[in-house]
Design a protein around this ligand. Sequence first.
Ligand SMILES: [Ca+2]
Ligand SMILES: [Ca+2]
Length: 222
Amino acid sequence: MRGCAVSGILGLTLLALAGPGLVACGGEGEGDGEGMPEEEGMTGDPDTETTPPPSPDPTKTFGEACTASSECVSGLCLQNQCSEFCSIEVANDCREVGGFCVPMQSGQYGCWGDLATGADDDDGILRVGDAFTRNLTPLHDADLFLVHVKDGVTNVIATPMGSVDLQVEAYSPVAEPFFTGNLGAGSVEEGVAVTTDEDTYVFIVVRDVGQTTSGYTIAVSQ
Ligand SMILES: [Ca+2]
Ligand SMILES: [Ca+2]
């Protein structure tokens, strides 16, 4: 999976001319399943376990170091940090603790990473053909979108409705950043062309990086 800057049709044309195999722009981050976090200290087969000694109630919360899930209030120790279980079907289900909702080797999902998106309810889930209108406010606000992308090139473009200077960031399903788009100043659209060979999803963050706030639209096309 890779991303390239797009500016409307121009960006699309450039990408098409470059052809497959171009990895120059934002070409790192082959995030397709690699580096998937593994939860630790999960309970084994109960039939074969002896009765464990009584252990103190877990006290550790999100982000605290752990070696076993039994140490965490949430019951989930992920990559040596207490995490929280989350649902990929809920937009920004990790909003309260920060981070992305990532798949674990168990098949469940846990909050991972560090992402502050503020208190607003602008986060959403988009598919090709969708367009949402949202607000970047207060200053330095960030909104998180799960965007379903299809085999080929999927364009995600954020267009200011006012003076806001916004930045578009793309992350793999396991929360690895693979593109940042910030070519223009205030009032200028930013975007990413996500190229992939399978139907999957990416996380897109639209962030206010200027000194004003305003609304914007985010649109997904192919
Ligand atoms: Ca917002
Ligand atoms: Ca910008």
